[in-house]
Design a protein around this ligand. Structure first.
Ligand SMILES: [Zn+2]
Length: 591
């Protein structure tokens, strides 16, 4: 699916970026500006808020790590969403409908192929060959209506193969990327799913992006359940089976149940519990949790009553800790041994199942129960062991209020001052690894972001090319291209950015310019100017740092010949050379 550009523009104009960020971070009002602690800093959370949020332009900019963007890029990065998901989520905040439009991009092909396969599987279920599958579903109490709602299907075992059918519409390379086919040792393609009940896994838009397939009759060397592999359109850790279907019933449900299997989702639905999703056989990931929290604040995670269920539940606690907020309610339901949600609701009915939710165990209760079981808390040793167990988990909580509450409770339980313990743990780390004291900054990516920022500013406000700020760029630095681009802008003040792009020779620079071009971030002229200023300052700073490094290397006789030339260039361009530098130049030329 392709979203028209004007929709994105309308969307970005309609959402309030302050509110979007406020849902996830604490936002302070400072004078007329909004500031937040930047979540994108490398090396962890910063102490002071250095991310400025521009309500008017709908953008943010971090003055430390230079991360900049709009509401879409914020959500993509903060919530780990892809572009479509971020747009969808934003649109849902303000109740805008996304217009659907087809695109011919190759990534979309894989979705089209899976969508086609879904249609074919559905059709085959109703044919003669699907009879056994239908009676299986009937035996399990699944109505035709439910089967249709979930678009259940059947994958043929007989000719023609799915590959044969679809190769009339798509080329083999495209089919290969759909995840529906495997390749045997002779290089021939075969259908991954044969003679199976098919569960299409749909993304939030309703496109089939992958499948789960269940064997109805045990076969040697074949897994009972088989899933699509990861493809361009299907990333397991982000997807939830049934989420699209839940949202067909209610866009923002009061709560969502998370279960283990496809049949659990369908069985619950059949009995009237229409807000269940499954994690498709994988452990429940942080990305999935985060995704669900976009649509509801209350999650009940149901674990089968076996060893594997218990293990999975604790992993879920670990994954959930960083996402906890004051308004999230994550609870656990532990079924009795041998039970799963499907069998439970079949035996006990909807009401009994909903009562499980009422009696569920909150994440915090579960956390502290588990903490208390770590050791004998009546002994100092036992309390220390429990504290050791809790520290990393409590530290992973990013919400300050929640973290404080956990610290207090853990201090009571273990009779140890957790605030001090956590602080001590952090300062000890700093002593052990002095490098970490400074925020870890990836110079290369900061440079790229700076260049990107300048390009974006120029693209939107070409007349800023006349700014004297550009004179600060050293023409002999690696950033001289910046001046060339400035000159192109001055020469062609009315050219479209796409035309400027054509005039850039260096492929690498062209790519960065192209990236700036597609960015939907809108910046005011004033912000653009201050962005250019920030970015150029950063670039020149690195440039003089480079000079220092080279000089130091020279003193230690470690310069390579290309570095010698580089240092020469740097010094030669100086308006005024120090005596030392003059001597250095001579030495560099002779050596
Ligand atoms: Zn930052």
């Amino acid at each position: 699916m392709y979203i028209p550009e004007d929709f994105i523009e309308r969307l970005l104009n309609s959402v309030n970026i302050v509110e979007v960020i406020q849902k996830r971070r604490q936002v302070e009002r400072r004078g007329g500006a909004y500031m937040a602690k930047c979540p994108f800093h490398k090396g962890g959370e910063e102490n002071n808020a250095s991310m400025k949020i521009y309500e008017e332009t709908g953008t943010y900019h971090c003055f430390t790590c230079k991360e900049t963007g709009n509401a879409i890029s914020f959500l993509r990065k903060h919530d780990n969403l892809d572009f479509l998901e971020a747009v969808e989520l934003l649109a849902s905040y303000i109740g805008m409908e996304i217009p659907k439009q087809e695109s011919n991009s190759s990534v979309i092909k894989a979705t089209n192929i899976n969508n086609r396969a879904s249609e074919i599987f559905y059709k085959q279920l109703k044919e003669e060959s699907g009879k056994n599958t239908i009676s299986y579903l009937k035996d399990r109490g699944i109505s035709g209506e439910t089967a249709k709602f979930f678009n259940l299907g059947y994958s043929n075992a007989k000719a023609p193969s799915l590959n044969e059918v679809l190769s009339k519409e798509f080329n083999q390379e495209e089919l290969n990327e759909s995840g529906l086919f495997g390749k045997n040792d002779d290089g021939e393609f075969y259908d991954r799913f044969r003679d199976r009940l098919m569960f299409p896994i749909r993304n939030i838009k309703g496109d089939s992006i992958a499948f789960g397939g269940r064997l109805l009759v045990d076969k040697e060397n074949q897994a009972k359940y088989l899933n699509s592999p990861e493809t361009k359109t299907y990333k397991k850790k982000y997807e939830l089976y049934g989420l699209y279907e839940v949202r067909q019933i209610d866009k923002r449900p009061d709560s969502i149940f998370v279960v283990e299997g496809y049949m659990d989702v369908i069985g619950l639905f059949q009995h009237g519990v229409k807000n269940a999703v499954a994690s498709s056989g994988t452990a429940f990931t942080q990305e999935q949790l985060r995704k669900i929290l976009n649509y509801t604040n209350t999650i009940y995670i149901v674990f089968d009553g076996d060893e594997a269920g218990l293990k999975a539940s604790w992993r879920t606690v670990e994954n959930a800790m960083p996402l906890l907020r004051e308004d999230t309610r994550i609870s656990f339901i532990f079924l009795k041994e041998g039970d799963d949600p499907d069998s439970f609701i079949k035996e006990n009915g909807k009401e009994a199942f909903c009562n499980l939710a009422k009696d569920s165990k909150s994440l915090s209760n579960y956390f502290f129960e588990t903490l208390k079981q770590q050791d004998d808390l009546s002994s100092i040793e036992g309390r220390s062991i429990a504290a050791k167990f809790a520290i990393p988990l409590i530290k992973s909580i990013s919400n300050e209020t929640i973290k404080q509450a956990y610290i207090n409770e853990a201090s009571n339980v273990c009779d140890i001052d957790f605030a001090k313990l956590i602080q001590g743990d952090e300062s000890k780390k700093q002593i052990n690894s002095p490098k970490k004291e400074k925020p870890v900054v990836d110079t290369k990516s900061i440079m790229k972001k700076s260049v990107l920022g300048i390009f974006m500013a120029l693209i939107q406000h070409p007349k800023l090319a006349n700014s004297k700020l550009f004179n600060l760029v050293n023409p002999d630095s690696n950033f001289s291209f910046m001046l060339e681009i400035r000159d192109i802008y001055i020469k062609h003040p009315n050219s479209a950015a796409s035309i400027i792009l054509e005039k850039i020779d260096q492929e690498k620079i062209k790519n960065v310019f192209g990236e700036a071009l597609v960015s939907e971030i809108k910046i005011s002229e004033e912000d653009a100017l201050s962005m250019i200023e920030d970015c150029i300052a950063l670039i020149s700073q690195t440039y003089s740092e480079r000079e220092e490094i080279l000089k130091e290397k020279y003193n230690m006789s470690e310069l390579t010949s290309s570095e010698k030339r580089e240092l020469q260039q740097i010094i030669l361009k100086k308006v005024r050379m120090s005596q030392e530098e003059e001597a250095l130049i001579k030495n560099l030329s002779s050596g």
